[in-house]
Write a protein that binds this ligand. Structure first.
Ligand SMILES: C[S@@+](CC[C@H](N)C(=O)[O-])C[C@H]1O[C@@H](n2cnc3c(N)ncnc32)[C@H](O)[C@@H]1O
Length: 297
């Protein structure tokens, strides 16, 4: 009897079909599915917790850095980069952060990833052997594994903190965010380079959100939502962003989302963007050619 009722459950066919499909799927296809799920979860999180914010959608990571740079108003900002590789992003910040009292510190083993990440990106990937050469006396490097360099790191005096998490792995991002937690202040910005990966950077960030006394508001995304910029504020303050939704929507049903401020929602270059595009998603609103991004990493 029991067997018959299980077999008449319509989900049984679906589960068996998924098992059959899984036998033929490649690990890359499964990684793509996990990635798709990450985007769906992030979309739902935006709808439930951040329905009224003006989330900027920009082209690539350098456009997103520019959003962060414009919000860097301190006299002595501190830019910390976790995952330097050949110094592409570090060089951008060195060239564009104009404050003479700014400090830029890059953390990396320069031995590549400590563990396998995505299919085809294994431990040792991104190995360069040494820090890049950047002709800027404000720039320095902490060479070694994060869990070895961070405990002894003396944080330079600063009045604003910008953090770039570009280390791909959950274990690396988690180490960084645990260390970072007591240093977060309202106005601290955190950039994630490979955010929509529910097993890696996104997971470490969700754990930070769950335990932190601060609220992290998404400010802008780039490359169709691969790269994300967040800004910290006091938990009691719903958002430090102008025009933010003032009603608390966490946990409220979709039907109540219309109580957000009229006209608020994701923006691209001051134009409102449909937060639920019916075609290609967030990336659809970026400037033409903006998806010619780099390889994963
Ligand atoms: C994607 S690359 C960084 C790319 C770089 N930001 C750029 O703009 O080109 C990731 C880097 O993180 C470093 N990394 C990852 N986990 C680490 C850890 N736990 N400790 C030290 N370095 C780590 C790797 O060595 C690698 O160079």
């Amino acid at each position: 009897m029991k067997t018959r009722s299980i077999l008449s459950d319509p989900m049984t066919d679906v589960r068996l079909a998924l098992l059959r499909a899984g036998r033929r799927a490649t690990s890359r296809q499964l990684a793509n599915l996990r990635s798709a799920l990450s985007y769906l979860e992030l979309g739902q999180w935006l709808a439930n917790d951040h329905c009224g914010i003006r989330l900027q959608v920009v082209g690539d990571e350098f456009d997103l850095f520019e959003v962060a740079r414009r919000r860097t108003t301190g006299r002595a900002p501190l830019y910390l980069e976790f995952g330097v590789f050949e110094g592409r992003s570090m060089r951008w910040w060195s060239e564009n952060l104009s404050q003479p009292e700014a400090r830029l510190v890059g953390f990396d083993s320069f031995e590549g990833l400590p563990e396998n990440w995505r299919p085809g990106i294994d431990a040792g990937h991104f190995q360069t052997g040494r820090p890049p050469e950047i002709d800027d006396s404000r720039v320095s490097f902490e060479v070694g594994w994060f869990d070895e360099t961070l405990p002894g790191f003396v944080v330079p005096d600063h009045d604003q903190l910008i953090v770039n998490v570009d280390s791909d792995l959950y274990s690396s991002a988690s180490t960084v965010l645990h260390w970072l937690e007591p240093h977060v202040r309202p106005g601290t910005m955190i950039y994630f380079d490979e955010f929509p990966d529910r097993d890696h950077e996104m997971k470490a960030f969700n754990e930070l959100r769950a335990r932190s006394a601060h609220r992290f508001t998404p400010v802008a995304i780039a490359h169709g939502g691969v790269h994300w910029l967040f800004e910290a504020s006091h938990m009691s303050c719903h958002s430090s962003l102008p025009d933010a939704c003032t009603c608390s929507l966490a946990g409220r049903p979709r039907s109540q989302l219309s109580s957000c401020l009229p006209g608020s929602g994701p923006m691209y270059r001051d134009r409102p963007v449909d937060p639920w595009p019916r075609t290609l998603g967030w990336a659809h609103v970026g400037p033409p050619g903006s998806y010619a991004g780099r390889s994963p990493g």
